[in-house]
Design a protein around this ligand. Structure first.
Ligand code: FE2
Length: 203
């Protein structure tokens, strides 16, 4: 076994009408994500987790987070996990927010708009590369941000939604306008059904 690059759950040009171009997905999925997979397979050789596949990603992330000796491996496996989630969290047809999710978001943040503002501010405020997240933490919905490849798995949280704010995710389509990319992500790209499924599975 080894880590493998899953296909995108849609065609490379499927998100173009919603603000993420074929060129971005060709670079981001086929080159950047693939590089995390390849480098992860290279760095895991000779470790206690040698031969691990995608089904053991969370185990390897938890075991390597904050461990200096495995910092390089952590970066690759966490980014591999992050991107698998990210592709699933987007859809060519964003759709309405399922009512149970809307209700939980409204309870936690006051309104859907307030949640979106907080999420966009987290993404815009992440200095350098990283991610903005909606997570379940101890039964509570929270917005967080993380640097580089760090993700909710590191903290025992469940990721409901994540937005990649590395420049490779938006520079082709939005140049340096990260806030515009984040607004478009929240308005047109999020697969709210997927977010709702994650919430239902989080219990
Ligand atoms: Fe990325």
């Amino acid at each position: 076994m080894s880590f493998t690059l899953p296909d995108l759950p849609y065609a490379h040009d499927a998100l173009a009408g919603a603000g993420m171009s074929r060129e971005t997905l060709e670079y981001h999925h086929d080159l950047h994500h693939k590089a995390y997979v390849d480098k992860g397979n290279e760095l895991i050789a000779g470790t206690a987790w040698a031969g691990a596949g995608n089904d053991r990603l969370e185990e390897v992330i938890k075991a390597t987070y904050g461990v200096d000796e495995h910092a390089g491996l952590f970066n690759q496996v966490s980014q591999h996990w992050n991107h698998i989630q990210f592709w699933e969290m987007m859809s060519p047809s964003s759709g309405a927010m399922p009512s149970e999710l809307e209700s939980r978001i409204t309870d936690a943040f006051g309104s859907v708009d307030a949640f979106k503002k907080e999420f966009a501010a987290a993404g815009a405020g992440q200095f350098g590369s990283g991610w903005a997240w909606l997570v379940v933490d101890g039964g509570q919905l929270k917005v967080t941000k993380t640097p580089n490849g760090v993700n909710p798995v590191c903290f025992g949280q469940t990721a409901l939604l994540g937005c990649d704010v590395w420049e490779h995710s938006y520079y082709i389509d939005y140049r340096n306008k990260r806030p515009v990319y984040l607004e478009n992500f929240l308005t047109k790209l999020v697969n709210w059904e997927n977010v709702a499924e994650r919430l239902a599975n989080a219990g």
